[in-house]
Write a new protein. Structure first.
Length: 129
């Protein structure tokens, strides 16, 4: 068993659990039209925020990737050229993974907030389920 298999397994389990929770959440309807309207406004704001963040990060990432490659090359931090490319590509993949997680997480949170607020109005305990 390699060291890589442990984070891959736990990451895969986390993704499956998150998808199951998201599926469960999407099956629960928003009953109040006012709550759905407010959630819609919040969703518009979240999309605007995330799209601005996405543009900024995608402009900075190539610059940082090149800087990382050059500095590691000059400092001799990674002994081979293949290792340098691997570090740089891993950095870019980490950025892309982080961005996709932000989009999925924020959208799930916006969906959950309306339903949770609605459940809390009827019973505080129900909001925690």
């Amino acid at each position: 068993m390699s060291l890589l298999s442990i984070p891959l397994a736990t990451g895969s389990i986390a993704i499956v659990v998150a998808l199951l929770l998201l599926f469960r959440l999407s099956r629960s309807p928003v009953r109040s039209p006012r709550m759905a309207e407010i959630a819609g406004y919040i969703a518009v704001g979240v999309r605007a925020y995330l799209s601005r963040q996405l543009r900024t990060i995608l402009m900075v990432t190539p610059v940082l990737a090149v800087a990382l490659f050059v500095f590691l090359r000059l400092l001799g931090g990674v002994p081979t050229l293949n290792g340098l490319w691997g570090v740089t590509i891993t950095f870019v993949l980490g950025v892309l993974t982080s961005l996709s997680t932000a989009f999925v997480g924020m959208n799930a949170a916006v969906r959950a907030n309306g339903r949770t607020a609605e459940d809390a109005a009827s019973s505080p305990l129900k909001a925690f389920h």
